[in-house]
Design a protein around this ligand. Structure first.
Ligand code: SAM
Length: 470
């Protein structure tokens, strides 16, 4: 396979921006903004992990592929790897397989559960113990008795997601797993259960929201018929079988130093990491595209015991990327030791000319926006990403590299050059932006936007930043 980093790059066609500040910014980065023909959608998305041992257990569609991560770690000659938006742990687990210590920070507990399961399976969780526990779990579900204590406590957005019998089977599974004393086995079996919830439900994860089958009893506007649903035990048995097949392969190819997985927000957790601790960051933050992880993963969160208030709190704690997120500047103030540094970071956002240009246009046209909160979304997104970039500038040592996968966005016809704005922040935080690699084909606009503003693709990119100062 040709690697991502060879000489054949295609210069970017000049796409005029609609405002002078964005045009200036694009001119500044013009030489570094390059189409990389080797960067495929498959590589930068979960598609590349679909069949990969271990990674295929939880369909974490927001992830990128282990093949991509491997190339970045090799290029960065990483010896201490970090992913502050670790998802299902692709970066940390790939590093583990390369014998490299890694740290992953992730706010969604289900991502960490999946990553930890793979790490345990690769590093000696005995297949025989897993097999015995798996059989006992299926037996407990088939036995059919539970005391009701472990029934899922549904929240409004998950009510009616399962047929009644499926809810009962899930309760029995949770009750059985609660009796296990070995935490690694409990983690692995919980992951198995959680990974089949979508399949056995009347829902489908579809872009921004869950789509609902009319059999759920909900009033639904879109027609979705998932056909016959497997029972929970049937789907679970298939997943357990697949996991057992993967165990030996994982041990052969991924055994390595157990990564450190931190469940929490990078906005506060990065502060606890030592200065200059890492030489390679491979990450993909949430995109500024209104995607709500807490809605997509509501079933899994309820399985893990989250109630409505906790889900709403989690939604606010996530890096702001939805119209519902509230400004975190005050919270960050309270959580920050070096307040003057934080003020400088906020200043960097408030003075970023291209960003302020977009915001001013959107504020001017607020009455025409389908949702005015896209303005606060962008303000919050860049404020929080500026904090992250600043912290990366601290925890990455001189000569270390950051590889970041992200998409640009467009609101009301105005392109937001996320790649250029974040790279500008990076250059103010001790990095040199070496390249912004674009995929050959970007992302088309929605049909609604296309009708009003014409067809214009927005860039899907990978940025490479090199730490220059000490
Ligand atoms: C694009 S996904 C990354 C997926 C990952 N690269 C993988 O391969 O699985 C972005 C992740 O950031 C997480 N996230 C959002 N806000 C966060 C925060 N404040 N701190 C840590 N993780 C956060 C989301 O839950 C999501 O899993």
């Amino acid at each position: 396979m040709q690697t991502l980093f060879h000489d054949e790059v295609v210069p970017v066609p000049r796409v005029p921006h609609s405002g002078p500040a964005r045009a200036d910014l694009q001119r500044r980065f013009a030489q570094r903004l390059q189409v990389n023909p080797q960067l495929s959608r498959k590589l930068v998305s979960y598609q590349g992990n679909k069949e990969a041992v271990g990674f295929r257990w939880l369909k974490y569609k927001e992830g990128f592929s282990t093949a991509l991560v491997r190339q970045f770690i090799e290029r960065g000659q990483g010896t201490q790897v970090l992913d502050p938006f670790s998802g299902a742990g692709t970066t940390a687990l790939t590093a583990m397989g390369m014998g490299i210590p890694a740290t992953g920070i992730e706010i969604l507990p289900l991502g960490t559960l999946a990553a930890q399961t793979v790490a345990y399976a690769a590093n000696g969780l005995p297949l025989s113990a897993f097999r015995t526990a798996a059989h006992a779990l299926l037996h407990a579900i088939a036995e059919g008795s539970d005391d009701g204590q472990y029934a899922l406590a549904h929240v409004p957005i998950t009510q009616g997601a399962f047929p009644v019998d499926t809810d009962r089977e899930i309760a029995r599974a949770r009750q059985f797993i609660a009796t296990l004393t070995d935490p690694a086995l409990g983690t692995a079996l919980n992951l198995a259960c959680l990974s089949v919830l979508e399949e056995v439900s009347y829902t489908r994860k579809d872009g921004q929201f869950l789509r609902w089958d009319s059999r759920s009893g909900r009033t639904v506007s879109t027609k979705l018929n998932k056909g016959p649903l497997p029972s929970f035990a049937t789907a679970l048995a298939r997943r357990l079988q697949q996991m057992m097949q993967d165990f030996p392969l994982l041990e052969a190819h991924y055994a390595g130093p157990l990564p450190t997985f931190i469940t929490g927000s990078s906005l506060t957790e990065l502060q606890k990491l030592a200065t200059g601790q890492f030489d390679c960051v491979v990450t993909s933050p949430p995109y500024a595209n209104r995607y709500d992880y807490t809605r997509t993963y509501a079933l899994e969160l309820v399985y893990m015991g989250y109630d409505d208030a906790q889900i709403k709190a989690l939604r606010q704690a996530l890096l702001s990327a939805t119209v519902e997120n509230r400004c975190k500047r005050t919270l960050l103030h309270a959580a920050w030791e070096d307040v003057p540094a934080l003020e400088r970071v906020f200043g960097m956002v408030d003075q970023q000319a291209a960003l302020q240009e977009v915001l001013a246009i959107l504020r001017d046209r607020a009455a025409e926006l389908s949702n005015r909160n896209v303005i606060t979304l962008l303000e919050n997104y860049f404020t929080e990403m500026a904090v992250i970039v600043y912290e990366l500038g601290r925890v990455v040592r001189s000569g270390g590299r950051v590889f970041m996968v992200n998409d640009n966005v467009r609101y009301h016809g105005e392109e937001v050059p996320v790649d250029l704005i974040l790279s500008d922040f990076a250059e103010q935080c001790g990095f040199h932006c070496a390249a912004i690699w674009m995929l050959k084909r970007g992302k088309g606009n929605s049909s609604q936007q296309m009708g009003r503003f014409g067809r214009r693709e927005i860039r899907k990119c990978v940025y490479e930043w090199v730490k220059v100062d000490e």
